[in-house]
Design a binder for this molecule. Structure first.
Ligand code: ADP
Length: 501
């Protein structure tokens, strides 16, 4: 039996997951690390804490595997890397030490600068080249901030002494003991420095953001051996055979290989990606056009991406903010204890509303309550609120791409909730399919690594291994769906009216 060791470096924890050659989950280890909030709106990670936590879970998993099988781990064909995207690290090429904490994707410190980019008319250029909407979310303005604010950094960067990378690059650098400084197109396409058409760093964007080319990693395919791990780290030297951003990895792990296939990850937020094939589809509904993956046998695949900020986080709010449930899993039974929401709507616009509406001033709202409203109605309305937001983004995706979705695949913590999945199918009018393996992020990276090392032959073989746990068929009539969506959009208008003067 051959195995793939996937490293899934997330926003709150680092994980190591072992898959066998049938794509079956064998074992995983996980370690959390600190979130650093130096001031309101700022979010940082210690890059060494990221690396140490990632290395320690990989070691723990590998040591257990070696002991259980009484060998040296030579049956591990490859390491696969998937990661939180956009988070920005700047380090010294000689010492390998970071110059500052990593600026995390959630960090808003460059919001004003991004606003000035929009006001000075750079939005169209950025959107055309990168597929992104200028926002502090992406790496470019974070890197610019580091170069401008760390004394001497810019001059050192220009002399080629410093390296920039998203978390994938940082892990590859450390795993290869500084031998390889690389990233893949799925991660590069989230930096706002990468031209998704020419598939290279873009000279005019580097100029706009004042980024010296010498800091940038080289770009390698998402699937392919890009180096081997330093043997001192894990006791053996293992090829690193894939690098891919987390949401794109989940799309690959869902075997969404063909244009028109899509997935939704129901985590803290909800992330929808639609494979649009070899063509980048520009969005008129303010979704993102991004690179899904690049692997030599099939070239570059593009995706349309849309997200909802408050997915599972809405359920966390029911638990921690309102205290009406003790655990997220309880929400389903509570919501099922009433047969419908009785015209109550919960719009979880706690931090504004994202795609396709984009109203940062909107605020969380509950409308339609009566004396008969109970916590069960609120719980049910919260679940509907998640599914209705997702329905709005999917509708925008369909309009952007002119692709008629026929089904959608789901994963993530909240996809365990059968009631939520049924609501989702009802509100979008197409079947929702949940696979057996919901570790799709790590699995997608593992598949790409296995394709590069001969563990899997091709996409067809992987497709045959991907199996369905449950399919949720829509049961709502189209009239009922239309009136539900209409009522929801009225509730969303109420949330938007709450903007401050
Ligand atoms: P992330 O990767 O963003 O940390 P996960 O995929 O681990 O997220 O999912 C965790 C989220 O799913 C939490 O926000 C939690 O509230 C939500 N969640 C977990 N179980 C359920 C459930 N049974 N019903 C609804 N939401 C759930």
């Amino acid at each position: 039996m051959t195995y793939i060791l996937a490293l899934d470096q997330g926003t709150t924890s680092s994980r190591a997951i072992l898959f066998n050659e049938s794509g079956e989950f064998i074992q995983s280890f996980q370690k959390e690390f600190d979130q650093i909030f130096p001031q309101p709106g700022w979010v940082e990670h210690d890059p060494m804490a990221i690396w140490n936590s990632q290395l320690s879970v990989a070691k723990e998993l590998l040591d257990g595997h070696k002991a259980a099988n009484k060998h040296q781990g030579n049956d591990i064909a490859a390491i696969a890397i998937t990661n939180q995207r956009e988070t920005t690290v700047l380090w010294d090429r000689t010492t390998g030490l970071p110059l500052a904490n990593a600026i995390v994707w959630q960090d808003r410190r460059t919001t004003d600068y991004c606003e000035s980019l929009r006001q000075t008319g750079h939005q169209a250029l950025i959107q055309t080249k990168t597929g992104l909407i200028p926002d502090s979310y992406f790496s470019a303005t974070k890197l610019r901030w580091l170069l401008n604010n760390i004394p001497g950094a810019r001059a050192r960067a220009e002399r080629g002494e410093l390296a920039f990378g998203t978390i994938d690059s940082w892990l590859v650098w450390n795993l290869t003991a500084g031998q390889v400084h690389a990233t893949d197109p799925s991660n590069a396409s989230r930096t706002m420095l990468y031209n998704i058409h020419s598939q290279d760093w873009d000279e005019s964007l580097l100029e706009l953001f004042d980024i010296p080319r010498a800091v940038l990693p080289k770009i390698v395919p998402s699937s392919g051996i890009l180096g081997t791990t330093d043997s001192k780290l894990l006791g053996i030297s293992i090829p690193i055979a894939s690098v891919i951003g987390d949401q794109q990895a989940a799309t690959f792990g869902q075997a969404c290989f063909k244009p028109g296939m899509a997935k939704i990850t129901f985590g803290t937020g909800c992330f929808m990606l639609l494979n649009t094939g070899s063509t980048p589809v520009p969005s008129v509904n303010r979704l993102l056009t991004t690179i899904g993956w690049q692997y030599p046998a099939s070239g570059t695949h593009y995706c349309l991406e849309g997200s909802v900020f408050m997915g599972g986080a809405t359920i966390q709010w029911l638990r921690d903010g309102l205290g009406i449930i003790q655990s997220a899993a309880e929400v389903e039974a509570l919501a099922r204890s009433v047969k419908d929401v009785e015209d109550t709507y919960l719009v979880p616009a706690f931090t504004g509303i994202g795609a396709p509406i984009w109203d940062g001033h909107a605020r969380g709202t509950i409308v339609g309550m009566s004396r008969g409203t109970t916590r069960a109605h609120i719980a049910r309305a919260a679940l509907e609120g998640i599914a209705l937001q997702v329905a709005g983004v999917l509708d925008a995706m369909v309009r952007d791409s002119s692709i008629d979705l026929t089904e959608i695949r789901v994963d993530g913590g909240a996809s365990k909730n059968d009631l939520l999945m049924q609501m989702q199918a009802d509100f979008i009018g197409i079947p929702v399919i949940r696979p057996h393996v919901t570790e799709t992020t790590a699995l997608g990276a593992a598949y790409l690594a296995g394709l590069a090392t001969g563990v899997w032959r091709d996409a067809e073989q992987i497709t045959s291994q991907w199996t369905i746990d449950r399919k949720f068929e829509p049961t709502m009539s189209s009239d009922a769906r239309a009136s539900k969506l209409k009522r929801w959009s009225q509730a969303v208008e109420r949330a938007r009216e709450w903007a401050m003067d």
